[in-house]
Structures are given as C-alpha cells and as structure tokens.
Design a binder for this molecule. Structure first.
Ligand code: SF4
Length: 745
C-alpha cells in the first residue's frame, strides 16, 4: 500500500494541539448513557435531533444537565424509525462528540524539507486552496470532472454546491457497494424500489424469510422492533445463512446453506410453489406478466436438484415453501440490504422479488406496504448548469439499469484512460472512509494518485483523510443543523436536527462549509439566504409547520395523501413497468440483453486450505465509523474470527488465539484477529465483523484493533446489470505465525 506522489500523512503535531478531554461528560457518558433510561429533571434542557450513527436516522432528544453538558440521548416516542428507543450505538453517540481524536482545524497538505505534511490552516485559506483547484479543474477538464462521495446528512448541502458548480456527480457507496441490486431488481419487477427504511410490513407478517440478512446484528432499529413484535404474535422466521446468526436463533427453520448457492434455493422454492399450486393464483392472474414462461423456466429446478448444490434437504425446501404459502400474503422474503455478494446479485434479488410476487405479498398487509413521504420543496435558487458529460460516458452501453451513480464507477473513471469519455480529476469525500468502503484498495489508491484534488470533510481522521490535499473538520451531528429528515413510511413523517451544543474546536457544520465554498467559487446566487435556520423555516412553512414548532416536537407526522397503504383485493392496478404488470418475465432485462428470468450460475468455491470470507455487522458498531468511539469500544473493542471446530482442529487453533489471514491473492491482514471457535459457522467459511483493523494511528483507540475485511477483499465480482461490486468471492487461509509485513502510517 505504499503511495508515491500523494503520500499518506499522519495527522499529527503539525499544527494540531492536544485537546483536553472533556472528562466530566466523557466519564459520565461512558458509564451511564448506554443504560440510563430515567427521565430528566424538569429544568434540564432538551433539543431535537436525529441520530447520525447509522443511516436509520432515528429521531431523538439530546438532554443537557445544569452545566450545559450533554446528559443523555433518548429516542423520540413519535418517531416510527425508533418508537422512542435508540439502539446502543445511538445512546452512545455522545462518544463521537467527546472523542479527543476528532479533526480540530482545517489542514492543508504542503511540502516541507522534502516531506509532505499537513499545515494547520484557517477556514478562508482552506476554501481558497479548494476554490483555486476547482476553478482550474473546471477550466482544464470541465466541472463535471469533480465528484462528491457522501454517506451522511451533509451530502445534501455539499451536493447543492457541486451541482451549482456544474457537476452532477454525487455518489454514495451505499448503492453499488450495498443495496443497489435490490433496488434495480424490484424496479424491474414492480416498477418501484424497496427504499429506505424498507417498506417491509414486518410487524404484521406471519412469515419472515431472511436470506443472509442478520436483523438484530444489523441493528436497523424499527425493523428489529417489528421483528420482535411479529415473533411475539407467533410469526414464523426462516433464516438462510451459513452462520447461526442471532436471527437464526429466533427462527423456526435455520437453513445453513452452502455459501454462494442461494439462487438454487430460490429457484427450487419457486418450483415447489408453482408445482404444488401453492402460489397466489388470483393475484398472479390479475397482476403478473410472464407466469407461463416462469412456470416452464423453473420446472427443472426441483428441490432434489437444489439439494446437491445447496446442501439443504428437499424435505426442508418443501416444508419451508409450505410455511410461506400458509402465511401468504402476510409473508416477506426479505430483500436484505447489503446484497452485493457474487456478481449476479441483481438476478438473485429478481428471484427474491418474483418469489414475493408468487406469494402475493407486494402491496399486502404483512408483506410490503406502499410508503408515503412529505413533499418538501427546495429553497428557491437559479437552475443548475447543464452538464456536458456524465459518468455514463466512461461506460458506454454498460450499467444502463443502474438507478444511481456508481461510487466504484467514479473510482474506475479516475484512473487515467484517454479512451474514456469522462475522467475524474477531483474528489470531495464527506463522511465515508473510502479506503474501507470501496473493495480493492489497490485500485482506490491508484485512483487517488491520479487526482488533482482530494478534499476530505469528516469528523474523524479516517484512513482516507491521510491522502487529502485539504482536510475540513466537520462538526458532529450533536453540534449542527442538517436538512429535514424526510423518509418514506406508513405515514409521512419529518424530523428536525438542531445543535444541542456549540461545535467543539474549529469544526463547522456542512451547510456552512457548502455555502462558504459556493461563495469562494463565485456562486453566491445559489445561496440567497443568511443561514440554515432561514432555509429550514421557509421549507417547513411550505408544508404547514415551522422551525419553532419542530424545535418543540422534533417529529411531525402528516396524514397520507393517498389511501393506498395496501392494495385492495380485486381492484385494478397499473404497475410502473413496461407491461403495466408485475413482471415475472422482465421485459426491461430482456431489452438490455440480460436473462429475463433468473438463472443459476455456479460460483467458485474455496480451494483446499482456504475458507470463504464472510463479513457482517454487530449491534455495537456502524462499519468502520464508530470503532474509535469510547462508549462503543467498551461494548466491543475488536472483531473476532468465527471458525468451525472442525477447522480449529485441523489447524490446531484455540479459542482466543490471535491469527493472521492471507487471501487468495496473497494479501495478508495487517493485524491479527482473535479466533472464536464455534459450531455457529459452517466448516467452509469464516466470519468477521466489518469495520475493524484501522491503520491510522491517530485513531488512538481503534488503531490495530482486530482485522480489516476490506483489505482482504481484492477480488471483486462486478454485476454486469447495475455495476455493483460483489465482495463475497474472497477466500482466506489462516496463519498462526506473524507474517513479516510493514505496517503503514
Ligand atoms: S439504529 Fe441506532 S445507530 Fe442507527 S440511527 Fe437508530 S439509534 Fe442511531
């Protein structure tokens, strides 16, 4: 991972003072915030917020004590994202505010005595450097050659500045590295996506099927609560996972499938539902297109055929299909969230969408509901300039079905290639640590080396920060206003985030950073307001509320405009597809030259001595972003490696022993990882929680803790339909001796 021109810079004494830890709030927080649920004394002030520790964005209250310090963060009872209860990460959010490793001042890269260092800078110096670079790029290559990567609320404001500058290239790794295939698959089938939060009616379901989705470990708050309600009401849970996850432990059926064979199971389930005539006939006859083709297509995919591939017995395949049919239409074959696995992910998710259609669950109570959101207008501004080229020019006739810009596509189109119609020269990276987010770190670093400008806007010195030309310290969500949270739900609902405390150090909110950068670029006319409060108040007044009202209530629900939460049986509906029907046979896929119905494709299995690298989530952390949070580190300080006892015996591994991992391309984990011998994982796979193994020493608590799955994901299986990056085709062997490698940074 050695780089040349753009050296990785440790954010160190070069201009950074050592901040004193705000001990009182910190000590208090690390102890009682995580468990305290008592109500605050009357005179304690509280301000509304929505959590930024993960994308679920639960609305809550920040309560301060008499000294003006944050006392606790609790959920807002009126918010359907959390129903008044935050997860451990949300209550521990104050650890982010108190983190003494935070970025504290703007930093500018410069050469000193032949060495690249960061110099502490003023905000105006930093904006001047960025403004000059952006103006030069616009002149030389066109403004479209600057892209914004974002995974946070601030992206809205920075995106506005970028569009005003002339670039439409705003991308989030959450599409091509995570949920993109399911959106594309569901659009192809129903003409609508699954959205976020997912439109799954889990609270009223009678059967929930989870395929590689570990709800409970991936703490999507509202879904976890609804799943627990459904279990209390007697719903059946069917979990398909090579690992006995927390969800599997709550399930009536655990199907420990051979990894990479899920498509065979899905096709066999379709075969059983159709052969046994257990599918929802009326629903399919009235609303679906292509049933006869599907029936002929799945005829060969019997449970006996699938058994040889998946290792799931035919009896179990039939029994679970029957269980789903009995619950129909109140059944959900969950589309999952992180679904970029083996490169045929859109087709696998098409199979999930089709299975739901056969069960009649789309648009039905206990299946998938129709969400609604408030229509909040933008603060008036002049039209954005029309771009002369887009990222698609770099990939002619590819990924036409991608509904969002591919983060990996921008990365690929940054590596110089004169034949490409669009080459990127500048990145602004906000709230996403691309070194850990994008697979194939070698390629990410190659792209970074080719950039003329890299600006990182973040709260923490993540790995990506070290490669920046300019670093801008963003204040935490507890110190700032952000855009109104406006998410689709059963009832339209909005939520306000406002500062509970003043920004620490010299950090600033994104709305301010975006506005000042816009002014630096001469784009004043796009910012016809004094501050964010004026914008929010104007927007809220357009929908019948106000900033004053939202400061008091935090969350406001609205009446649905359309009475269509569920479909009415027998009523005619037109779906937003080419045929106006639910497409079991996808005309869109066929038009693009792809299989119109999903087919089984064999995937590579680990060679002898190697195990499939599976990774996932934990309730205590969000990706690599929280691993320095003192409160959350107390709960989980490092990740461990799940190893089946057979594998442990073979390699003489003991529980608690530290090992290193080497992948199929010879890449060795920088740090060691602790072995956890458990029957809860198949013998052909290992499992680790994503987001550990930080190499940046300025993350003083997270540095060197656990191993990084991302650095071992060098093989990327790209989805030809929407360009997503399949990451589950990597295999590792276990090294018991410390390999001789140099630790960077
Ligand atoms: S699920 Fe937890 S971390 Fe995510 S937004 Fe809600 S409280 Fe925050």
């Amino acid at each position: 991972m050695k780089t040349n021109r753009r050296d990785f810079i440790k954010i160190s004494g070069a201009g950074l003072g050592t901040a004193a830890l705000a001990t009182s709030a910190y000590d208090w927080a690390s102890g009682s915030v995580l468990t305290n649920a008592t109500s605050a004394p009357r005179n304690y002030e509280r301000t509304p917020t929505y959590c930024e520790i993960c994308f679920w964005k639960c609305a809550g209250w920040v309560t301060k004590n008499e000294d003006g310090e944050i006392w606790k963060i609790t959920g807002n009872n009126d918010d359907p994202h959390c129903n008044g209860r935050l997860c451990p990460r949300g209550t521990g959010g104050v650890g982010m505010y108190n983190d003494e490793d935070r970025l504290k001042h703007p930093l500018i890269r410069e050469e000193k005595d032949g060495k690249q260092v960061f110099r502490k800078a003023t905000w105006s110096e930093a904006f001047q450097v960025i403004g000059d670079k952006m103006k030069t790029i616009a002149k030389k290559h066109g403004p479209e050659c600057v892209a914004l990567f974002t995974h946070g609320s601030g992206g809205k404001f920075l995106g506005h500045t970028l569009k005003a500058y002339g670039s439409p290239h705003i991308t989030a790794p959450s599409f091509a590295q995570c949920r993109g295939p399911r959106e594309v698959a569901f659009y192809a089938t129903y003409g609508e996506g699954v959205l976020s939060p997912e439109r799954t009616d889990i609270r009223d379901t009678r059967c929930l099927v989870l395929i590689g989705s570990h709800i409970g470990e991936n703490m999507h708050n509202g879904q976890v609560q609804e799943m627990s309600q459904a279990i209390d009401r007697g719903a059946t849970i069917i979990t398909v996972d090579p690992r006995f996850s927390t969800a599997a432990s709550k399930s009536k059926f655990w199907l420990p499938i051979k990894p990479a064979t899920d498509m065979a199971l899905l096709l066999a389930w379709m075969n059983v539902l159709i052969t046994e005539e257990w599918y929802d006939k009326e629903y399919i006859e009235k609303y679906a297109y292509g049933f006869d083709q599907l029936k002929a297509h799945v005829q060969q995919f019997t449970p006996e055929w699938a058994y040889g591939i998946t290792t799931i017995e035919p009896k179990v395949i039939r029994e679970t299909a029957k269980e789903m049919a009995n619950a129909s239409p109140a059944v959900i074959v969950h589309p999952g969230r992180h679904v970029t696995w083996y490169g045929d992910d859109t087709q696998r998710l098409r199979a999930v969408a089709i299975l739901n259609a056969l069960l009649g669950s789309w648009g039905r109570r206990g299946g998938f509901y129709s969400p609604e959101k408030v229509s909040i207008p933008d603060f008036p501004h002049p039209p954005y300039p029309k771009p002369n080229k887009t990222w698609r020019d770099a990939f002619p006739n590819q990924y036409n079905l991608a509904t969002e810009i591919l983060a990996n596509g921008i990365c690929d189109a940054t590596i110089p290639a004169p034949e490409k119609g669009c080459n990127f020269k500048g990145w602004i990276v906000n709230g996403t640590n691309l070194i850990h987010t994008l697979p194939d770190q070698k390629k990410t670093l190659e792209a970074i080396q080719a950039l003329e400008m890299l600006v990182v806007i973040d709260t923490m010195p993540m790995e990506i920060t070290g490669y920046a030309d300019v670093v801008l310290p963003e204040c935490t969500y507890l110190e700032r206003y952000d855009a109104i949270r406006n998410s689709p739900h059963r009832e339209p609902v909005i939520s306000l985030r406002m500062p509970a405390v003043k920004p620490k150090y010299n950090s600033k909110p994104d709305w301010w950073i975006a506005m000042q950068l816009g002014i630096e670029l001469g784009l004043e006319k796009y910012f016809p307001y004094k501050n964010i409060e004026e914008v929010l108040d104007w927007q809220l007044k357009q929908v019948g509320s106000s900033l004053d009202e939202m400061k008091k209530v935090g969350v406001k629900k609205f009446k649905r405009e359309y009475d269509d939460l569920y479909m009415v049986d027998g009523q005619d509906y037109e779906f937003n597809t080419n045929t106006g029907k639910i497409e079991l046979y996808s005309t869109e896929m066929a038009n693009e030259g792809f299989d119109p119905m999903p087919v089984f494709k064999e995937h590579e299995q680990p060679p002898p001595g190697y195990y499939r690298l599976n990774y996932g989530r934990t309730p205590a952390h969000t990706f690599s972003r929280t691993s320095n949070n003192a409160n959350l580190l107390d709960v989980m300080p490092e990740n461990d490696l799940w190893v089946n006892p057979k594998v442990a015996k073979l390699w003489e591994l003991k529980n608690g022993q530290y090992v290193w991992l080497e992948n199929q391309d010879g890449i060795v984990s920088t740090f060691s990882i602790k072995v956890r011998v458990t029957e809860r994982i198949r013998w052909d796979s290992v499992f680790m929680v994503h987001g550990f193994g930080h190499t940046n020493k300025k993350l003083t608590r997270a540095f060197g803790k656990g191993a990084s799955d991302t650095e071992l994901i060098s093989k990327v299986l790209q989805d030809p339909i929407m360009g997503g990056t399949g990451m589950r085709g990597n295999f590792v062997k276990i090294l018991t001796e410390e390999p001789k490698i140099a630790v960077e940074s």
